[in-house]
Design a binder for this molecule. Structure first.
Ligand code: URP
Ligand code: ZN
Ligand code: ZN
Length: 456
């Protein structure tokens, strides 16, 4: 199978140039100003950007919270991902209490059988003890070099000593742990305060988890990493104060990788007062203008490493579980389809970052840290042919009605996007044409090597 992409502008982190790209047998075979070879398919990318396939570092497909299960499973979530230009998702396989990591991995492999995009797994661990430690080497042998721990959620939280010990144990093997950073005890106390005031609707959610709740968690993780001597990864960073903690830790020599999500530079905390405010209930919550500006600034200054979505979708009926108590609203929102167009519209076109930084934030750095580079994350001869043809003039309005995710809401409903993914090549095959998913279920498992800790 040979595909020729002509007349596009190839965008890499190092620059952009007009070039043709030839794809053969699943790999990039040639990049040149003009390629005239015969091909099974010729795609005219005139006026479009050609990017390395985007990597979403943070999705929760088919996640059982213990109360309810996400609206999207792999089948629906991956369809939304691929039409949005995400060729690889890194989903959180979750080791619930009483389960082994091996169990969780098997379960997640089964869940992902009908994936339309490539997928790898981070292993989210709810317990850290000798039995779990004994499984870690097998996880590396199975292609998993990244893990996750939570400072919050009753069913998932671990303590600081466990994070410290896991950082040393996993870090010494070349792995990294993403940590959900919030101060659990304080936010629980604040939830009780809000409820005591009769404040039960979604506007109480951000009040219970203000910026300092995240910043304290980030600061604590930074000190834990300083003590363990191994790198740390802050997931879904949402605040100016949290970013300050990351910068301060780096000055002390801590290797920190920071991830943010589009909701933290596009959406305002005032949305909790909307009639459908429950759909914005996610943790951390939406923030204020100062935080959005800081997150964009962090993206520009390369202090933020990559952008995931934290796609964790629930229908409005599921969100209504917490209609009389905001703290019972299932946490999370849908975003996996819209990440690239949101970054393009609200970060590139506003001048906050360059197109080259978009390539870095959506693909290259994730590929590097998570052991996929240089097969993925870059357009170069020999790399996997996961490619996105992005039309910067395809203005449209985002809506759950046109998104492929299986959820009757979107936090981005009604927002304008200035560009859109037009075509996607996955593993060397054209799977999305003119925005339509023409070849579903072509996703394959991405076996990952240990992390490349590129921060010195
Ligand atoms: O609200 C969120 N983010 N839900 C998904 C789980 C998590 O915290 O990442
Ligand atoms: Zn989290
Ligand atoms: Zn998450």
């Amino acid at each position: 199978m040979q595909i020729l992409i002509q007349n596009g502008t190839v965008v890499r982190s190092t620059g952009r140039k007009k070039a043709d790209v030839l794809v053969r047998d699943g790999r990039i075979a040639k990049i040149a100003p003009r390629i005239d070879e015969a091909a099974d398919r010729v795609i005219d990318a005139e006026g479009c950007f050609v990017f390395a396939g985007f990597i979403d570092t943070h999705t929760h497909f088919d996640l059982d919270t213990g109360v309810t299960v996400t609206a999207d499973n792999f089948e629906t979530g991956s369809k939304a991902a691929i039409v949005g230009g995400t060729t690889t998702v890194l989903d959180f396989a979750t080791q619930d209490h009483g389960m082994t990591m091996h169990d969780a991995l098997n379960v997640w492999h089964r869940k992902a059988e009908k994936s339309s995009c490539n997928y790898g797994f981070h292993m989210a661990v709810s317990e850290w003890n000798d039995a779990r430690k004994a499984e870690v080497d097998d996880m590396f042998r199975a292609g998993i070099s990244s893990f996750k721990m939570y400072m919050v959620y009753d069913t998932m939280k671990v303590n600081d000593g466990q994070i410290y010990d896991a950082q040393k144990f996993i870090g010494s093997r070349g792995g990294i742990i993403g940590v959900h950073c919030e101060n659990y005890d304080v936010l629980q106390a604040r939830i009780l305060e809000e409820k005591a005031k009769g404040h039960l609707d979604p506007t109480a959610h951000p009040v219970s988890r203000p910026q300092a709740v995240e910043a304290e968690g980030v600061a604590r993780l930074m000190r834990i990493a300083e003590l363990s001597g191994y790198p740390a990864w802050v997931v879904h960073l949402s605040t100016a104060d949290g970013l300050d903690e990351v910068r301060a830790a780096r000055k002390r020599g801590v290797k920190v990788y920071a991830e943010t999500c589009p909701q933290y530079f596009t959406l305002d905390v005032s949305r909790y007062a909307d009639p459908d405010g429950a759909k914005f209930v996610m943790s951390p919550p939406l923030r204020e203008a100062r935080d959005r500006a800081a997150i964009l600034n962090g993206m520009r200054k390369r202090d933020i490493d990559f952008i995931g979505t934290d796609h964790c979708s629930f229908t409005m009926a599921q969100k209504a579980i917490g209609k009389d108590d905001f703290s019972k609203i299932p946490n999370g929102g849908a975003g996996v389809q819209n990440r690239a167009e949101l970054v393009y519209t609200y970060a590139v076109r506003t001048g906050a970052i360059t197109l080259e930084q978009m390539a870095l934030l959506l693909s290259e750095r994730a590929a590097r840290l998570f052991g996929m580079f240089p097969k993925k994350g870059v357009i170069r001869v020999g790399a996997d042919a996961d490619l996105v043809i992005f039309d910067p003039n395809a203005r449209h309005t985002i809506s759950y009605k046109t998104n492929l995710h299986a959820c009757d809401n979107s936090p981005y409903e009604g927002m304008e996007a200035l560009g859109k993914t037009r075509d996607v090549i996955l593993n060397g095959e054209l799977v999305v044409e003119n925005g339509e998913l023409t070849k579903p279920y072509c996703g394959t498992y991405v076996f990952r090597r240990p992390c490349a800790w590129y921060r010195k």
